[in-house]
Design a binder for this molecule. Structure first.
Ligand code: ZN
Length: 155
């Protein structure tokens, strides 16, 4: 009899631990969703006023501040949040101050990747000026549309 009780008790304990684990994971996921929201408002829309961030994300101002601080903490080790590296909340103006170095790095990289994607270096095609009649020709032409002279060889 005592054995059954202890077995039931162990099972209940296990279930309880399982439930706690699930609740904890769900809470973490919820929080990380909120943090991603805040991060995209800051990084994409460049909104830095805490109240504006809270308005945009629909989160309470206190929670927004807490999560911004967590984001700043995370940015130290997590490259996904690198815009927030060395950032801090200016409490006097209730504003997130970003480290220009961190912002520029990300911005430069984004520009590089967009430009690199649109104009791959191998197939750089530029309009060209005819060396005989100085007419501007479209990149796709191999002969001047005005005088028919050949396109100069790329330098
Ligand atoms: Zn020409």
């Amino acid at each position: 009899m005592g054995e059954t009780v202890s077995t039931v008790f162990s099972i209940l304990l296990l279930l309880l631990m399982f439930a706690i684990a699930i609740i904890w994971i769900m809470k973490e996921q919820k929080e990380s969703k909120k943090m991603n929201k805040i991060y995209s408002v800051i990084s994409i829309s460049r909104v830095t006023s805490v109240l504006d961030i809270s308005r945009t994300t629909g989160l309470a101002a206190t929670e927004t501040r807490e999560l911004i601080n967590k984001l700043i903490e995370k940015a130290k080790t997590n490259r996904d949040f690198r815009i927030m590296r060395n950032a801090y909340i200016d409490h006097q103006h209730d504003k997130v101050i970003l480290d220009p170095k961190a912002v520029n790095n990300v911005f430069d990289r984004a520009v590089d990747s967009i430009v690199g994607g649109l104009f791959p270096k191998k197939e750089k095609r530029l309009d060209w000026t005819c060396s005989y009649c100085q007419t501007l020709n479209r990149a796709r032409l191999y002969n001047c549309h005005n005088c028919g002279a050949g396109k100069p060889a790329p330098k």
